[in-house]
Every structure is written in C-alpha cells, then in structure tokens.
Design a protein around this ligand. Sequence first.
Ligand code: ATP
Ligand code: MG
Length: 371
Amino acid sequence: MSNTVLTERKEAALPLSLSKVQKIYRTGPRKKGGVEAVKSMDLDIRPGELITLLGPSGCGKTTTLRMIAGLETITSGEILIGGVRVNDLPPAKRNVGVGFESYALYPPLSVRENLAYGLKARKVNDAMQQVDELARRLDMTDMLEERPAALSSGQKQRVSLARALIRKPPVLLLDEPLGHLDAAQRQRVRRELKLLQREFGYTTIVVTHDQSEAMTLSDRMAVMDAGIIQQFGTPDEIFDDPANLFVADFVGEPAINLLDGTVVRDGDKVLVNVAGGVLETSVISAKDGQKVTVGVRPQDAFLAPGVKGTVFVYEDLMEYGLVRLDVHGTDKRVVVQTVAGAKLRSGDISEFNVSSHRVYLFDPEDGARIR
Ligand SMILES: Nc1ncnc2c1ncn2[C@@H]1O[C@H](COP(=O)(O)OP(=O)(O)OP(=O)(O)O)[C@@H](O)[C@H]1O
Ligand SMILES: [Mg+2]
C-alpha cells in the first residue's frame, strides 16, 4: 500500500504542544465568573504520533480540540504547531484538518464532490483517483454519488472522516469520529483509520470517551477528568501503572475491582486486610493501620485462597471465563477472569488472590496512588 495515489505526496508531520492552556467560558453577567473547562493543560505530541483524549462527558475534550483548531479562543497559555505559536492565527493558517461531528457537508454536492472539493481547490490532478481509493479503503464506494441528505448519521460520519483524511493535513483533529457507527463498522473503520494515519504520517488527536477505542488506537493517550490531564502515556503504561484512582477506574474492561482495606505490616511483609481476607502487596510505603482503597484488575486476579466470596454468576466466554463473586462481609461484587471452562456455579463458595506486585493501593480521600 505504500505507492498508492493517496500517500505518494506526504508532507512532513509536525509536532504539537500545549503549554499551560486554559479555557474559561465566560457565562456570568458582565463576563465575570464562568466555567473553567480546561485547566492549565500541558501536552507534547511528537510528529506523526496518534494520541487520544479520553475522558467522561464534560471533561473538556472538545474544548481542547477546538482551541487547537482555532475555533475557540484560548483564555491563557500557548499552543505551538511545528514550533510556531498559533494562538492568534485563524483556523485556515494553522496547518490543521478537523473532523468534528457538526462539521457540515455541502448539501448540494454529492459525496464524491464533497470529498474532491478541497483537492480540486488545490489543483490536485488525480483528485478523483484519490477519492476512489479512499472510498474503497473506508468501504463507502456505494455512497459516492449520493447527496449528504440521503445518508444515515453513520454514513455522514464516515464522509466527514474521509474528507478530513483526504486533505492530508500535517495535524489532524478528530472529535468522536466513530461515534455513530455500528459495532462491526466501528472496528473496521478504526483499523483503517489507524493504517491510514500510519501511511499518511500526520500528527493526530482523536477524542473519544470509549476506553477500548483509546487503548487500540493510541500511541499515547491522555486521560482527562474535570479539565485536567490525569495521566499521559502509552496504553500499557496507563493500564499497568495508573496515576490515580480515576485513571485506574476509567481504563480497563471489565473495570478494576475496588475494595476497602487496612494495611498491616508484618515483619518484611506488607499485607492488606480486605473483608476478613488478606492480600499481600509490594507497596512498601504503606503504613501499618493505614486505610486504603485496594484495586485489583479482573485480569490479575485468580481463584486461590485469599479473599472469600460466593459466586453470583459464572460466564464462559470461550477464551476465558468471568466469575462474579460477592465478597463476604461487604456489599461488593468483584470480577475475576479465569481460564475457560472453570465450571463454577452460582452459590459456590470461592476465593480470589492476586500477585503482590499487581495490588494497587489508593488514598481513599483523594484517590492518589500509594506506591
Ligand atoms: N460554549 C460554551 N459555553 C459555556 N460552557 C461550555 C461551552 N462549551 C462547553 N462548555 C462547558 O465546558 C465543559 C467542557 O465541555 P466539552 O464540550 O469540552 O466537554 P467534552 O469532554 O467534549 O464532553 P462530551 O464527551 O460530552 O462531548 C463542560 O462543563 C461544558 O458544559
Ligand atoms: Mg465533546
């Protein structure tokens, strides 16, 4: 796929950096007060890197993207694209291409004309071949002669995505680009998006609230909450070494199990009492008697003496099994991933344990990781 019409003229990718970027939406009378949607954000993205902004609704993802694109003013801080400060540049001068959900297609033009529009304006002579090739890649050849009004929301979304991709901007910004697609299409377009991004090599930010999407797409991901980047790292770093309780809980499927515990120091060993059971942990800074929130990922837990519970249900998912265990002495239900065919029944008494280095401890007050 390296010598296609789509990728043969590749512009150099650009780095993108945000330094102490803040956004306050002024909503009060006489422009006082307001909503601080983004708080002192720092972010350094390498040329050609694909990062995702992942976080719950209202955490400031779209605001961040709009500030980078120049569609929203920046309250304070600085944005650099290719080393150039773009704070005061209009969108068209920033070297960015955007695919926002609300990004309108031209209604009187066919999908083909919508896609070719930007290329023709720049006098690209193989515009139609490029449109055909990209349409093939994104499985939308059969929509090319339609007008936007005749398309479903999922089809429109693919056209918006294709239009952003075909312009090959040095920096590409996509806000929930796959949100309206059905599950099968989502997977296919996601894979193709990643391949195209690699081939074109543009620096890309994808906004999503879907952690599995972020995990599969990202070179690195920025997990956001309440206008703040909680952690920026590779998917493995985020999963294995979460910075705090929010990140640990937001990333991972099934979600991490969280239980109340009390630390007991026993000679060289650090133990955590959890609901009458005991787990050993390698968190050596934990203090005797300290109250903690204990995190155990379902993938790390296994059935062995440790913490007792009653099987609520066992699901066999072919490649592995999931046991939902009602932990004795608490109102908590934990999930333990087992080998397939574990043959447990509802009502069975069982126990789970976890390797000491896979026990996460958090401060129950502020969610800070105890290391
Ligand atoms: N034009 C605006 N005026 C005032 N407040 C706004 C405006 N746009 C966004 N906000 C507020 O800023 C915060 C961040 O909004 P933003 O749209 O960036 O979140 P988001 O992470 O994209 O959420 P979602 O996942 O729901 O799209 C929210 O509290 C929102 O209500
Ligand atoms: Mg949004």
